[in-house]
Design a protein around this ligand. Structure first.
Ligand code: NAD
Ligand code: DAU
Length: 332
């Protein structure tokens, strides 16, 4: 595999993958990104100019997509509207980008017979009870809760249908919650870190008992590359690092690492339809492809992430005010 087209490569996880790919292979990479509020070209600074190119465009634009897909060996599809809270305020861009955009890419990879890897989320499986010993696996039935997760579930099903009906050479991965540098300040961990750095307080939805299964973005990137290189066509792989934490514990740890009292946070309005718990069983990925996470200590990974936001205010500052204004409108 020598030339990759990465959609959504100016976003949080896509940009991490682009850096990872260029550092760990001799591939060339083209990023196709619309640069929505969530895209940031600064996340792609420092890449080798002879192996990297950026194209500003929309994955729903069939002409651009067709031309780019036809000139690459592999498409890795990260582009999406990714934030649950936004999907509750206005689902429309989620339907367009996550469903129509994926359809547009699938039709192009079908025409050009190009390898395709689809990035998805554990949220397609719905949620688990707090005391349920079960975790999500590749055979868990789909049961999404929000406009975001239902459009991601729909996009996964499109991929499965294009594999079966048209023999498209695709794989799918469903990953749990990512953390690390370059994540938009609308998301839970960067929002709380930058609130405290700004002299404000973290905002916890409801009682904070909801559990997320945290994985460092770099571990996600390593898993995706393994699946592209060695995964079986038509298969789904779940990606997770055994990182279950409830939101209250994460907020308290952020406050402690920032030298603040552990109770210096506010409870705010809960999210409508808020999923209770996600948990991933990644046995298939580990046993079949030999992947394992390198970032096994959440406290250290979180401390490094805090340092990154402390040292990179230029990156996040332009997004902060508009993000908090959106939250203020919903009492969050
Ligand atoms: P993000 O919101 O940070 O980035 C999304 C990127 O897609 C942005 O650069 C944006 O400009 C681009 N984009 C949006 N609409 C586009 C369009 N129509 N055409 C071209 N580009 C467009 O998202 P993220 O957190 O990096 O998530 C990336 C992918 O990973 C998504 O598919 C998401 O569902 C999936 N995922 C995310 C997580 C997580 O914890 N963040 C976990 C599992 C899976
Ligand atoms: O599980 C994978 C998913 O993880 C991805 O598919 C999504 O793209 C990604 O955004 C993330 O979804 P979540 O909704 O779990 O992430 P978010 O960062 O929005 O919230 C994490 C938890 O923290 C969730 O239980 C809601 C809560 N929360 C969030 C915010 C922004 C708070 O308590 N306070 C907050 O201010």
């Amino acid at each position: 595999m020598t030339s990759y087209l990465v959609t959504g490569g100016a976003g949080f996880i896509g940009s991490n993958f682009v850096h990872y790919l260029l550092a760990h292979t001799d591939a060339t990479v083209t990023v196709l990104d619309k640069l929505t509020y969530a895209g940031n070209l600064a996340s792609l600074d420092g890449l080798p100019a002879d192996r990297f190119r950026f194209v500003h465009g929309d994955i729903c634009d069939a002409a651009i997509v067709d031309e780019l897909v036809g000139s690459h060996d592999c498409v890795v599809h990260y582009a999406a509207e990714s934030h649950n809270d936004n999907s509750l305020t206005d689902p429309s861009p989620f339907v367009q980008t996550n469903l129509v955009g994926t359809y547009t890419l699938l039709e192009a990879v079908r025409r050009h017979d190009v390898r395709y890897h689809h990035i998805s989320t554990d949220e397609v499986y719905g949620d688990l009870e707090l005391d349920d010993p079960a975790r999500f696996s590749e055979s868990t039935p789909y049961n999404p809760s929000s406009p975001y997760s239902s459009t991601k579930a729909g996009s996964d099903l499109l991929v499965r249908a294009w594999v079966r009906s048209f023999k498209v050479a695709a794989t799918i991965s469903n990953c749990s919650n990512n953390y690390g540098p370059y994540q938009h300040v609308e998301k839970f961990i960067p929002r709380q870190i930058t609130n405290v750095l700004d002299g404000g307080r973290p905002k916890l939805y409801g009682a904070g008992q909801n559990v997320r299964d945290w994985i460092h973005a770099e571990d996600h990137s390593a898993a995706v590359l393994k699946i592209i290189e060695a995964g079986r066509i038509g298969e789904t792989y779940l990606i997770g690092a055994d990182g279950e934490q409830n939101n209250k514990d994460v907020v308290e740890l952020i406050l402690e690492l920032l030298g603040q009292p552990r109770d210096a946070y506010d409870h705010v309005n809960d999210r409508a339809g808020h999923d209770l718990r996600y948990a991933i069983d990644s046995t298939k990925l580990r046993q079949e492809l030999g992947w394992q996470p390198a970032y096994s200590d959440f406290r250290t990974g979180l401390a490094n992430t805090i340092d990154w936001y402390r040292n990179n205010e230029n990156w996040w500052r332009p997004q902060k005010q508009a993000t908090e204004a959106k939250y203020a409108a919903t009492g969050q």
